[in-house]
Design a protein. Sequence first.
Length: 300
Amino acid sequence: MKKALKVIGYALAGLILIVILAALLIRFVFKEQMVAYVSKIEEKERIDLLRHATPYASDTVRYRFVYRQDTIQAQKIHAYFRLDTLLTDSSATTWDKTLTLATFVASHIPHANQTKYPQKSNAIDLWEYTRKVEPAFNCRLHAILLHELMLAEGITNRFVTCLPADTLDSDCHVVNLVWLPEQNKWAMIDSDMQAWISNPEGTPLSLAEMRERYISGSSMQIHPLLDGTKEDFNYDYYRSYWAKNLYWFICWEETGYGKEDSMEGRQITLAPAGFTDPDARPSDVHTTDAERFWAAPNPI
């Protein structure tokens, strides 16, 4: 009997050791493979939510996107950031300028969930914040900073909050949507997570095009902004993360400098028919009309 118990004890100890070794292998040796596997499962589930969402529908809700310019503020930003030293090629396309400015922001300000929210959210004050308070901040502040840099350069853009189907999920993503007049289309740029997405031919995609390609299963290519991060960039996570945050969208009806310093104006929400924003303000506008929401902009 004692001998049998001893054998059982050895067997249990061996089993525990195998489990521990397996856990260590998963954690340290096969960590990347496990993360990629989980990301693939999450991505499939998130794409299914997009595919089963109620289709967009045209409506007659009244709103009008306006892109404001302020020459004096543009000059201040140009001088403060010395944009003439960044954008030296007068023949550069809108997309080339966008990549230059986004890379500048991404290379100087990493992502972080700041512990102290800035008192002012405009390009110059946000830059000062990273030099005097905290060196990094979240996607929303990234998008606001880049929005004003591009606006100062005369590039029409808006920053868009991209949200998941689960309204209890507080994690969303904010990026810039840039109008490319040379191609007559919108394009997404993400200085916070340091990437942009294109079709297989290399044409940058808009948020609407990204959503459509997830639903149809069409291929997309992810392009890290920073050369030094290409090998370490987590492509599986980024692809899955976007599959989550393309269910509905919010942006200001009127863009411009210091927009979130004043918080004045209406926000426009685009969501599938039947979906409601639980945190909407009385002044906000809800639309299911994707064609109007993503329409070509009026000139600045």
